[in-house]
Design a protein around this ligand. Structure first.
Ligand SMILES: *[C@@H]1O[C@H](CO)[C@@H](O)[C@H](O)[C@H]1NC(C)=O
Length: 315
C-alpha cells in the first residue's frame, strides 16, 4: 500500500509566494529586470573577452568561464520562477524537478570553486607579480577551471541521486521558488539521516573550503596592499578587493545558512529570502563587481564603444 502511494507522485507544485497577487506582480518585475541585467552583463563580458586578443590573460579566461557559468546558472531557476509568478499552473514534473536540482547544484558547486580559483589568481598576481606568469600558465588555468566544472558535475550527480531515490509519499507541494535541497527533502519519506550526512560533507567541501581559501587570499592581498609604497594604487586595489569580498561573502553566507544547518532548523520563508541571494542577487552583481572594475576589461569596452561611434559618424 505504501509503495503504491510513493509511485503516485509524477509532478510537484512550486508554491513560491502564492497568495499575494500584488507581491507576485512586484516580484515578477524585479526578477525580470535582474534576469535581463544579468544576461546582458555576462554576455557583454563573454563576447568582449573572447573577441579581444589583448585580453587573453588568465583573468579574462576565468572571467569568460565565469560569465558563461553565470548565464547557465541563472537560466536554471529564473525563467521558471518568472513563469510561475504569472501563470496559474505552477507544476513541475518529477523529472523536471530532479533536472532543475541537478543543474542548480552542479553550477552552484562549480561557481563556489571557480570563485576560489579566481581569488587565488588575484593573490598570485598581486603578491607574487614576478612569478605570476609561471604560477598561472595556460595549462594550470585550464586544469583549475576543468577541476571546478568536473567536481561540480560529480558532486551534483551524487547529491541529486540520494534525494530522488527516496520515495515521496506525502504532500507534493514544494514550499519554494525552485527545486532546492531543503524544501524537497522535507517532502521525502523514509530515513533521511544518510542524506543529511552527505549534504553536510559536500557543503563543507564546496562551501567552507573555497570560502576559507578566498578569505585567506584576500587577507594576504590586503596585507600586501598595505605595504605598497604608492598611496594611489593602494586605494584602488583596496576598493576592488573590498567589493569582491562583499559579494563573495553574501553568496557564501547564504549558502552556509541554507546547506550547513541541521534539517530540523528548516524555515521555509527564511529560505525563500536567502535563496534569492545566490540565485538572483549575486549573479547580477558579479559582472559589475568582477569585470567592469577590471582595468583591462574596461579598456576593451571603451575601445569597442569608440570604434562603433567612429563607424557611425562615417556612415
Ligand atoms: C571553461 O573552462 C573549461 C575547462 O578548462 C573549458 O573546457 C571550457 O571551454 C571553458 N568555457 C568557456 C566558455 O570558456
Amino acid at each position: 500500500m505504501e509503495r503504491n502511494n510513493q509511485t503516485l507522485i509524477t509532478e510537484f507544485v512550486l508554491l513560491g509566494v502564492s497568495g499575494f497577487s500584488e507581491l507576485q506582480a512586484l516580484l515578477f518585475l524585479v526578477f525580470l529586470m535582474s534576469y535581463i541585467t544579468t544576461l546582458t552583463g555576462n554576455l557583454l563580458i563573454f563576447t568582449l573577452t573572447l573577441a579581444n586578443p589583448s585580453l587573453h590573460t588568465p583573468v579574462s579566461f576565468f572571467l569568460r568561464n565565469f560569465s558563461f557559468l553565470e548565464i547557465s546558472y541563472i537560466s536554471v531557476t529564473l525563467p521558471k520562477m518568472l513563469a510561475d509568478l504569472i501563470l496559474e499552473d505552477k507544476t513541475i514534473s518529477f523529472t523536471g524537478c530532479a533536472a532543475q536540482m541537478y543543474f542548480l547544484l552542479f553550477l552552484g558547486g562549480t561557481e563556489c570553486f571557480l570563485l576560489g580559483v579566481m581569488a587565488y589568481d588575484r593573490y598570485a598576481a598581486i603578491c607574487h607579480p614576478l612569478h605570476y606568469p609561471c604560477i598561472m600558465n595556460n595549462i594550470r588555468c585550464t586544469v583549475l577551471a576543468a577541476v571546478s566544472w568536473l567536481s561540480g558535475i560529480f558532486m551534483s550527480f551524487g547529491k541529486t541521486s540520494v534525494i530522488f531515490i527516496l520515495g515521496f509519499c506525502g504532500s507534493h507541494e514544494i514550499n519554494h521558488f525552485f527545486s532546492d535541497i531543503p524544501p524537497v527533502l522535507k517532502l521525502a519519506c523514509g530515513d533521511t539521516f544518510l542524506n543529511e550526512i552527505v549534504f553536510f560533507m559536500s557543503a563543507l567541501i564546496f562551501i567552507t573550503f573555497p570560502f576559507v581559501l578566498i578569505l585567506v587570499s584576500y587577507l594576504l592581498i590586503i596585507i600586501a596592499i598595505m605595504n605598497m609604497p604608492s598611496a594611489e594604487g593602494r586605494q584602488k586595489d583596496f576598493s576592488t578587493c573590498f567589493s569582491h569580498l562583499v559579494v563573495v561573502t553574501l553568496f557564501y553566507r547564504a549558502g552556509i545558512v541554507m546547506y550547513l544547518r541541521p534539517n530540523s532548523a528548516y524555515a521555509p520563508d527564511m529560505d525563500k529570502l536567502l535563496s534569492l541571494f545566490y540565485t538572483v542577487i549575486t549573479p547580477m552583481l558579479n559582472p559589475i563587481i568582477y569585470s567592469l572594475r577590471n582595468k583591462e576589461v574596461k579598456g576593451a569596452l571603451r575601445r569597442v564603444i569608440a570604434r562603433n561611434c567612429f563607424l557611425k559618424t562615417r556612415l
